[in-house]
Design a protein around this ligand. Structure first.
Ligand code: GLN
Length: 253
């Protein structure tokens, strides 16, 4: 009898200890939000070999907003199209990826206030004969899946007689233009500007900015309104306290 009791008591203690372990470790690791981002979109998000971490304007703004608003998060830098999918499927609570706020996207996403102004631009290899959209007849134009650049390229393809070729990330798209696989690409001006200036890529921009707009933080439409509120409140406070300007200055703005 005594032995049975001891075994039962021991079993109870073990069960309690084990369930506490699960609960505790869950609490310890849990973050408030899972945020997705692009995997290579400098200066907004890019892998830093020195610190072995993702850095950039978006990463710093998110960190500053989270610190200001007191929430925890984990970023998964999976790519732009993957981020849009993760937000729509509920795998991610939100995304920050140099994502342009558009009316069409607002049908399926809720956006924060804009935090950075930029638009797209036509890009060719340095020294190319192509000087305008008119020169693209019969040529191929690279674009990143699901981006505004891709949407614009598709909308112009018939008129100018070029074919759009899709890539999942900016570096692969640039390589395709530099090595001659494609004749041009469409990319956000500040991002290709960084690639030319900081990475000395043999690319050059042509003409004016297309579709100027604002980048925003996004959640799936109708979900997480509190996260949009926190982002907006945090953004307002880092704009007021100088942190926002400090972040932009760090990346040359
Ligand atoms: N700003 C562009 C868009 O929203 C590109 C974003 C990106 O490539 N990360 O489509």
């Amino acid at each position: 009898m005594k032995t049975t009791f001891r075994i039962l008591a021991l079993a109870l203690v073990l069960v309690c200890a084990f369930s506490c372990m699960i609960a505790c470790s869950k609490d310890g690791d849990a973050v408030d939000y899972i945020i997705y981002s692009d995997n290579s979109f400098p200066p907004f998000e890019f892998y830093d070999e020195e610190t072995k971490a993702y850095i950039g304007v978006d990463m710093d703004i998110l960190a500053a907003v989270a610190a200001d608003q007191g929430f925890t998060y984990e970023v998964k830098n999976e790519g732009f199209d993957a981020s849009m999918g993760a937000v729509q499927s509920g795998q991610a609570d939100g995304m920050i990826a140099g994502m342009t706020i558009t009316e069409k996207r607002a049908e399926t996403f809720d956006f924060s206030e804009g935090y950075f102004a930029d638009g797209q631009i036509l890009v060719v290899k340095a020294g190319s004969d192509i000087a305008s959209f008119e020169d693209l007849a019969g040529k191929t134009v690279a674009a990143k899946t699901s981006t505004q650049g891709a949407e614009y390229a598709q909308s112009m393809a018939n008129e100018y007689g070029f074919t759009v070729v899709f890539y999942e990330d900016s570096p692969t798209m640039y390589t395709a233009v530099i090595n001659g696989t494609n004749d041009a690409c469409i990319e956000d001006r500040s991002v290709v500007g960084w690639a030319i200036k900081e990475e000395s890529l043999e690319l050059t921009t042509i003409g004016e900015v297309i579709n100027p707009g604002y980048y925003g933080f996004a959640v799936k439409k109708g979900t997480n309104p509190e996260l949009i509120e926190k982002f907006n409140a945090g953004l307002a406070s880092i704009k007021a306290n100088g942190k926002y300007d400090e972040i932009l200055a760090k990346y040359g703005y």
